[in-house]
Ligand binder design. Structure first.
Ligand code: TXA
Ligand code: MG
Length: 341
């Protein structure tokens, strides 16, 4: 199969919508990361997503809609007060909510669970595609399973070349890490996966927040993941990665010492302001702010693979704001190797 990469215009949207209506899979930009979309009502189409990604069948997908009316056919029961407040505050945007599912959502989407994850993206390309197809679109991140999520159409093509017919190029993703997954069915916003909508933003929308206990540590033996995706090794670069956390001067000293022992094939990921502390060692500039680090993280991990990095030393970011999502992804990429200095 030839995979086309198309700028978003009337022609490419029409073509992509036809593919979706015919049961096919399309690469779609969103404000968080690129997704692999298919009709959430078409069991065979959804199975093709799992096949294209090599994704385990027990890891459910998020359904993407473009207006509230499209939510009702997907869910069952009343919308809680907290869900309503979160929808009003953060849709369209990088937030996914868990609902009890209706029978129309096919079982492959939810991996047999009786809940469904739904999100209303803000990216105009994603919204136009949903509208044109007239379908709720099940879409996981567009990476091969286990690789960092793609944040550009080019990176999506690297993973999906020959596996899907079309990728819509909507530019680089604004957020860079995946959506915040929240279960607000029981009176508080239980965050299953941190993302672009931060705990402080949820509190500011007057909803109580509770972080899932497994966000920053590996699951214990026999422990059940509240969000099935959290049990898999994720976002992994090929090189072994370690995160250093603490006072910035001490972090730099510890990284330099470890780097020098390793030598060839070592790479440092740090913010612009810390570059000077590493004295000419091989660094990837992650940007000035934690928001920049969020936007650049997945691409940096893929760059590290392309450069053949065998050892990656990353400076931690503060776990506030979007930093919580950044550290959640970095910790997984590093298989939870975090050194406190
Ligand atoms: O930003 C995003 O959410 C991106 C873009 C493409 O929208 N999508 C994304 O999908 O990150 P994916 O499949 O890579 O991650 C979906 C996450 C997984 O951790 C999955 O386990 C969780 O959402 N999830 C899906 N349905 C769920 C459910 N019913 N209950 C709990 N967690 C669920
Ligand atoms: Mg993913």
């Amino acid at each position: 199969m030839i995979t086309k990469l198309c700028p978003i215009d009337d022609g490419s949207l029409k073509e992509a919508a036809e593919i979706l209506k015919g049961g096919g899979v399309v690469g779609m930009p969103t404000e968080t990361v690129y997704g692999l979309a298919a009709s959430a009502f078409d069991q065979e189409a959804v199975k093709s997503i799992f096949a294209a990604k090599g994704r385990p069948g027990d890891n459910p997908l998020i359904v993407h809609i473009c207006r509230e009316a499209d939510l009702y056919p997907l869910i069952r029961g009343e919308i809680t007060r907290e869900q309503r407040m979160l929808m009003d505050a953060f849709w369209p945007g990088p937030m996914t909510l868990i609902f009890d599912k209706s029978d129309r959502v096919c079982p492959a989407v939810t991996a047999g669970l009786d809940t469904v994850a739904v999100r209303m993206p803000s990216h105009p390309g994603a919204r136009a595609l949903i509208r044109r197809s007239g379908l709720p679109l099940a879409a996981p991140s567009a990476n091969l399973s286990g690789k960092p999520s793609p944040t550009t159409a080019q990176r999506t093509l690297e993973d999906m070349d020959g596996r899907i017919p079309l990728i819509l190029d909507g530019g680089a993703c604004q957020v860079g890490v995946e959506s915040t997954v929240i279960d607000a069915r029981h009176g508080v916003a239980h965050i299953l996966r941190p993302g672009g909508v931060t705990p402080d933003m949820v509190k500011a929308a007057l909803v109580d927040v509770e972080l899932d206990k497994s966000l920053m540590r590996p699951l214990e033996k026999g422990e059940k993941a509240a969000s099935p995706g959290m049990k898999y090794k994720h976002y992994a670069p090929k090189g072994d990665m370690t995160i250093y956390r603490g006072d910035r001067e001490r972090v730099a000293k510890a990284i330099c010492a470890a780097y020098d022992q390793w030598g060839d094939g070592a790479l440092i990921l740090c913010k612009t302001g810390d570059m000077a502390l590493f004295g000419g060692r091989h660094c990837v500039d992650m940007g000035e702010s934690t928001g920049d680090v969020a936007r650049n993280l997945f691409d940096a991990l893929r760059d590290a693979d392309d450069m053949g990095a065998r050892r990656i030393f990353a400076t931690a970011v503060e776990e506030t704001g979007v930093g919580l999502a950044v550290m959640n992804r970095m910790a997984r990429a590093a298989a939870f190797r975090i050194v406190d200095v």
